[in-house]
Design a protein around this ligand. Sequence first.
Ligand code: AMP
Length: 281
Amino acid sequence: MKILRTVEELRQWSRALRCQPGHTIGLVPTMGALHAGHGSLIRAARAVCQHVAVSIFVNPTQFGPNEDYARYPRSFDADCALAAAEGAEAVFAPSVEEMYPTGAATFVEVEGLGSRLDGASRPGHFRGVATVVAKLFLAAEADKAFFGQKDAAQVALLRRMAADLRFATEIVVCPIVREADGLAMSSRNAYLSPAERAQALVLSRALRHVEELAAHGERRASVLVEAARAVFAGEPAVRIDYIAVADWATLLPVETAAPGTLFAVAAHVGATRLIDNAILN
Ligand code: AMP
């Protein structure tokens, strides 16, 4: 597997392969600390693209000043082993200076969407995400890029950005991969103490309860939110950031859930902020 360090190396790698008839490129953007959720994206990419590159870049501009940029888990060698085992041909692992040259002053702002849900709780977060993904799309010139439904608001934001900027890269969304007990896999789960790990199950428990209510015909958003709150009340140490019933395209709240409506939660478990969601049907 190739390790690419510069935008130019990634561009050359991609162009050399894509110029062969029928050869397509899949890109899987990550911040590393890879787990089975990332693995599923790489597999999904391998299933439909001839060549897959995984980017590993802890993007400083998507972290707030009091967030976990410095201590975000970094495990480059293990990440490369996982990426290779899942069938990636290249890892793109640039320096901060490579992605943000000295004096960098150009950012991508998705108005409206960028300040909803996680964008409301984490000012500037989605500006950083949109900016780095735009840079990755420009560098990789991939046919398809693979993202997890786990970050559902991020998916909405990137779909809007890709449509607005007329990117040729198609966005593919993959299901949430969970631990056996329901906890959505996340690099940040590594922060949890054993007690917090148990408390964190309240997120998926609340989602399952809401999905059951919706399956039995409950569509009133206020009722679904209250039902989720009641589940969270059983785990008082967990602090809710938001519980939202929203249109998945606009991230605006809806009063009545319909097939495809996003039910999303974010909560602080100790010092760790976790997110999870379900698409109601
Ligand atoms: P991250 O490294 O956390 O920025 O995530 C990189 C990509 O992996 C994003 O598109 C995430 O949505 C996706 N991802 C993270 N966790 C999961 C999971 N549990 N299941 C599926 N995809 C995931």
